[in-house]
Design a protein around this ligand. Sequence first.
Ligand code: HPA
Length: 246
Amino acid sequence: MTELAIIGGSGLTELEGLKITNHQVLKTPYGETSSPIIHGIYDNKSIVFLARHGTKHTIPPHKINYRANIHALKQIGIESVIAIAAVGSIHPDMQPGDLIIPHQIIDYTYGREHTFFAEDLSHVTHIDFTNPYCEDLRNRFLNASDQVNFRVFSQGVYGITQGPRLETIAEIDRMEQDGCDIVGMTGMPEAVLAREVDLCYATCAVIANEAAGRGNEQITMAEIEANLTDGIDYVRQLLEKVLQDY
Ligand code: HPA
């Protein structure tokens, strides 16, 4: 089995059911990871878990040390990364509680440390990012989704905004015209950093709310949290199926 890590997002700061064997605090050239790296057994598979927003969910999307997180996972021999992300839905068919396995990304973030290829270069590197996600891992999710009785969309374009505020209606209209199906704040630069160090990386997104102007007049944290309770339960069920075949 390849060494597998799960990066948990909002609603998933700890992985219920994970039998923890070790907490590891790692130094990286980029500083501290969001949380200690937790080693454990989940569904009879040994995995590691990292809480992207910190163990107490205190790190906002634009302050996450994405480079430290990805570097640390690479450093300990991880080969594949499953990223869990709470998102808003732009596509009208996608509703709170649905899961999406995105196939494409549009990056609207700015000012984040977004590459390992910035300093001390012997030559300039342009990595291929035509297909930003690892097809093998995406396919594992798609196969697993045949075995569950909730909705899992097999593809979607994930637009990543800077946050921490949510978007305006006009911004969501523009993102829809661009082709985005879902909107979140953490998909980049995490995905590209993973690609830069050759990690097989895929995202399982869970819809926490309809994006601005697509549902309720206002988006409240209470609404997001309530929807995530069901959604995260679906994520766990899907992960269980993915890990069975791992
Ligand atoms: N926009 C951006 N990020 C999000 C949203 C949203 O509506 N919901 C959850 N994360």
